[in-house]
Design a protein around this ligand. Structure first.
Ligand SMILES: C[S@@+](CC[C@H](N)C(=O)[O-])C[C@H]1O[C@@H](n2cnc3c(N)ncnc32)[C@H](O)[C@@H]1O
Length: 287
């Protein structure tokens, strides 16, 4: 591997990576996924995409840009997005949301479900499934018969690899550790290599789908609970506002929205969503 610097390269390394290459990639990622990249991220972009260049046998970022901009670039644009997104997640991440779901939200929803009503939850950037399975464990802790009732959790992500991992539902014991042991030991089954796989009840409760938050949403019904955490932080302000504005019409009156610890609801949706605790919002009844 020869180190290349100069010729306007932003990063020293195997491939020349110019400001123009960076700007083309940033524009493409913004248009495709809503993600805003500052030039300070050049080294990160380089290191994540250099792997793609090697796999594709390309010799420069200029060739890579030509590929993703072309008509044959659809597949690679998706791979580029997957390479540049952060998938960090954890079971029971930001545990106060799961306490709120269990203690303040689920009792009324459980009553509705037991009376034959419909209950829907959405994990809107689910990564590899740890968030929606944490939601499902919380639902089951209040309503053990949930999988036999009209209760469902939709788990979506832009990254097809994450969606596939979520649907597979296999995790190490270490990953499951933050979840209450009494719950995960009941609802996960032993799997190969010392791992644990989501059992039948969890699989029936959670459905995984690919969905781009800034693209088309095919869902018809409304949601009682939405988790949209640690994803809009990567979007620019206008895109964030647009996402918040799209949530309110798909929420039932009084529905709850949980967002990431460093995120805030801004823009027109802020007048409809009332803060109800830490990064927790309820849709006003008149909305
Ligand atoms: C940091 S993870 C957060 C996962 C989980 N919500 C949590 O808080 O643990 C961000 C996820 O957002 C997804 N993502 C990024 N842009 C997206 C978009 N435009 N539409 C849907 N998902 C997106 C990424 O693929 C990634 O899995």
């Amino acid at each position: 591997m020869t180190a290349v610097a100069g010729r306007g390269s932003l990063v020293e390394g195997e491939f020349v990576f110019t400001a123009e290459d960076f700007s083309q990639i940033a524009q493409m990622l913004h248009a495709h996924a809503g993600i805003a990249l500052s030039e300070g991220k050049a080294a990160l972009v380089y290191s994540r995409l250099a792997k793609r260049l090697r796999v594709l046998g390309l010799r420069s970022f200029r060739d890579y840009c030509a590929l993703i901009e072309g008509v044959d670039g659809v597949d690679e644009r998706q791979k580029m997005t997957a390479a540049l997104t952060t998938n960090v997640t954890r079971f029971y991440r930001e545990p106060h949301h799961f306490d709120d779901l269990r203690d303040r939200v689920m009792p009324a929803l459980a009553e509705r479900a037991r009376a034959g009503g419909r209950v829907r939850l959405w994990s809107a950037a689910c990564s590899n499934g740890q968030e929606p399975y944490s939601m499902a464990l919380t639902v089951l802790s209040v309503l053990p018969e949930a999988a036999d009732l009209d209760v469902r959790i939709l788990a979506t992500d832009i990254d097809p690899n994450m969606v596939a991992q979520g649907a597979d539902g296999a995790y190490s014991e270490e990953a499951l550790e933050p979840a209450p042991a009494v719950l995960w030991r009941r609802y996960f089954d032993r799997a190969e290599g010392g791992r644990w796989r989501a059992g039948a009840q969890l699989k029936r409760l959670v459905a995984f789908r690919e969905l781009n938050l800034i693209g088309h949403w095919p869902m018809k019904g409304r949601f009682d609970v939405i988790f949209c955490r640690n994803v809009v932080i990567y979007f620019d302000e206008r895109t964030q506002e647009r996402v918040w504005t799209r949530f309110t019409p798909v929420m039932t009156p009084g529905a709850t929205l949980y967002i990431g610890h460093s995120e805030r609801v801004t823009g027109p949706a802020a007048s409809q969503l009332q803060t109800s605790g830490l990064t927790t919002y309820r849709l006003g009844a008149g909305a």
